[in-house]
Design a binder for this molecule. Structure first.
Ligand code: SAH
Length: 361
């Protein structure tokens, strides 16, 4: 039994079953036993690999995207480049290196990293040590101050706790984590239906079949980001896996050492993620007054930003790395099960005055 599992069983024995969303939050970011708090999960020896760890081209193109938004903002003397969940700091390091081609951008940039894991903060500090004088860490996005801002989030929203709500004959019920007769963790439904839930669903999902599962996340963070961008000017770029249209179904998955396990397996020691509902992000950001661009597939976005040309330049400079560069290019842009090209999507949120955003429109 993992230490977090013992703690969860104790909590449930005292307070009763907890919503699955609370379970996911504790598994990932419990300050003592949380998955991200206790380990560096990335890379071949870890649990999963992300786009910036696959190829430097990913962070480089995002760096150019960021610098071009800064130009459109009128090249202000100061711009807050905010990254949510920066992992090992690889994306930001690649982005700032590439963005040096835009004169004045790096000098104007203040780097704000939103990261709960002390261990990953150390990794980020090492990767970004040449920017130590202009870098700050924050526990929450709401702690970031200053204007204007450009927010980047790659594989961050999928790690935010998700609710699962299940349709039954008497309405939609929240999925809970409780204890079975042997005292083991088990999934169950809350006995009472959620009042008014059907009305919060997009019209296409109303009157779903019995047994249907609707996954959803709180809009709080995207609304906060959109409101700040509208007030302070700027843009946000969100990249993750998920769907362009809101849908039904269970996408919550647990992964440890590149293998899938059950979602109640080894709490705190395996990663838990669920697909991102891009339509829901877009609706919430638009309602908060922001301009929404996308969503579109990652492959199309990176191609429009010039990933093929960047790969050709890198190969010309280092012919010995051609295979590795081509493999990274394919992984980032290919459609289907071997690539991230169509599984991953991109959406941007901008203030209403900002001109057209590269790669998105
Ligand atoms: N963007 C990185 C890492 C993605 S993994 C990459 O692409 O490689 C998710 C990251 O978000 C980790 O850095 C994790 O510690 C952080 N994280 C997860 N939940 C968080 C939360 N609620 N608040 C802040 N950071 C969080």
């Amino acid at each position: 039994m993992t230490p977090l599992e013992a703690e969860l069983k104790r909590l449930i024995a005292i307070d009763g079953p907890m919503p699955l969303t609370q379970y996911m939050g504790l598994c990932l970011t419990d300050p003592v036993h949380g998955y991200y708090v206790t380990r560096d999960p990335f890379g071949a020896g870890g649990d999963f690999t992300t786009a910036p760890e696959i190829s430097q081209m990913f962070g480089e193109l995002i760096g150019l995207w960021t610098a071009s938004v800064w130009l459109q903002l009128g090249s202000p003397d100061r711009v807050h480049v905010v990254e949510l969940g920066p992992g090992r700091g690889t994306l930001m390091a690649d982005a700032l290196r590439a963005a040096r081609v835009v004169p004045g951008f790096v000098a104007a940039a203040r780097i704000d990293l939103v990261e709960t894991s002390p261990l990953l903060r150390q990794r980020q500090k090492a990767a970004l040590k040449i920017f130590a004088d202009r870098m700050r860490w924050h526990q929450h996005f709401g702690d970031v101050s200053g204007a204007p801002l450009i927010v980047i989030a790659n594989e961050f929203f999928d790690a935010l706790p998700v609710h699962q709500t299940v349709r039954t004959p008497d309405g939609w019920h929240e999925r809970m984590v409780g204890l079975d007769r042997d005292g083991q963790l088990t999934l169950a439904l809350h006995p009472e239906p959620l009042r008014g839930f059907e009305g919060t669903l997009p019209p296409s999902l109303r009157r779903a079949p019995l047994g249907a599962i609707r996954e959803w996340r709180s809009d709080e963070l995207i609304v906060e980001i959109a409101q700040r961008i509208v007030e302070a000017r700027g843009a946000a770029l969100i990249i993750d896996y998920g769907e362009i249209e809101s849908g039904l179904g269970d996408t919550l998955q647990a992964v440890g050492r590149h293998r899938h396990v059950g979602v109640l397996h080894s709490p705190g020691e395996v990663d838990l993620t669920a697909h991102v509902d891009f339509a829901a992000l877009g609706r919430a950001a638009a309602k908060a007054g922001a301009r929404v661009c996308g969503p579109l597939a990652q492959g199309a976005f990176l191609t429009r930003l010039g990933i093929n040309e960047r790969a050709a330049t890198l190969k010309a400079a280092s012919p010995g790395r051609a295979c590795e560069i081509d493999a990274g290019l394919a992984r980032l842009t290919a459609d289907g099960p071997d690539g991230m090209g169509d599984l991953f999507k991109v959406i941007a949120v901008a203030d209403q005055q900002l001109g057209s955003l590269p790669g998105l429109e």
